[in-house]
Design a protein around this ligand. Structure first.
Ligand code: NAP
Length: 282
């Protein structure tokens, strides 16, 4: 019988993870089924344990449950501990292993698909929520020399940076980014980890950021360029990307943890990009 996996969240109907994992399974010959699981807010542990009792082997965890998943895990990877959040659970008897594949997903998409090595680069991370938290240590491990975190709520960015206790990481408010630029030089990679998405106001950061960067990367993905991508292009950034590749790479990393096989992501990226475009054209 096929091994069961699912993505759990609230809301969850929009999730593309089942389509991604079905493609990975077909390409690697792994016998799995991968579903969507809607859990009520406040009901994460019950839903996750019920899925395990019904034979589930693992879960991907999305908003708003990454901290609940962290708490439910009986063992955690070093990268999950560093992130303080879990987006993958693997069930093995009574053991519940928690991991975080978001950072590995970002690093792989930037380095492999986009061809931008992170060694020696300086990074500006916009946002200090769960997604930002998950990528800082992997960026440093990939060789980034500096990671500045700028957030609407400056105190949150400062707390996150201080908590890491690493001289390469600093936190500030959006209004202090100009001083960071003046003090430490330009940033090579700009990563939008805020949930600003497709519309709304441009982020209140200095325009000079964009022309000096190599790449502006938005964790949000869509058929059309996101608000941040448009802002970066208008500011003269030579390359922009949305977060579809990160989504696929974090899924591939999850598949590797669960199944011991790393699927090829390039064809899945091409298929999903085409699907997004076709949906938008309808
Ligand atoms: P979160 O924990 O809710 O954090 C949201 C962040 O956005 C906070 O830093 C918040 O700042 C900031 N923010 C919200 N509205 C803002 C606004 N109007 N202006 C400026 N900043 C604003 O969310 P998350 O889990 O970190 O997720 C962030 C985004 O990343 C989401 O869109 C998510 O879908 C995406 N994501 C993508 C992937 C992928 O694989 N591609 C993986 C993970 C997450 P304050 O602290 O001031 O509230």
């Amino acid at each position: 019988m096929a091994d069961r996996y699912a993505v759990i969240g609230n809301p969850i109907a929009h999730s593309r993870s089942p389509a991604i994992h079905a493609r990975f399974a077909a390409a690697t010959g792994q016998d799995i089924v991968y579903e969507r699981l809607l859990a009520p807010v406040g009901g994460f542990a019950e839903a996750a344990l019920r899925f395990r009792a019904e034979g589930g082997r693992g879960l991907n965890v999305t908003l708003p449950f990454k901290l609940d998943a962290f708490a439910l895990a009986t063992e955690r990877s070093a990268r999950a501990e560093a992130a303080g959040a879990v987006n993958l659970l693997a069930f093995d008897g009574e053991r519940i292993f928690g991991d975080n594949t978001d950072g590995a997903g970002l690093v792989r998409d930037v380095e492999v698909r986009l061809g931008v090595p992170l060694a020696g680069r300086s990074v500006l991370l916009l946002g200090a929520g769960g997604a930002a938290r998950g990528v800082i240590r992997p960026l440093l491990d990939a060789g980034a020399t500096r990671v500045a975190i700028a957030n609407r709520t400056a105190a949150r960015a400062r707390e996150l940076a201080t908590g890491l206790g690493d001289a390469r990481v600093a936190g500030c408010g959006f209004d202090e980014v100009g001083a960071m630029l003046d003090g430490g030089g330009p940033f090579d990679l700009l990563v939008n980890a805020t949930s600003t998405g497709l519309g709304g106001e441009a982020l209140p950061v200095p325009g000079a950021l964009f022309a000096a960067a190599l790449l502006a990367y938005d964790m949000v993905y869509a058929a059309a360029p996101t608000r941040f991508m448009a802002q970066a292009e208008a500011g003269g950034c030579p390359r922009v990307s949305d977060g579809l590749g990160m989504l696929i790479e974090q899924a591939a990393e999850s598949f590797l943890v669960w199944r011991g096989v790393r699927p090829d992501t390039a064809p899945v990226y091409a298929a999903l990009r085409a699907e997004l475009a076709a949906e938008a054209a309808r």
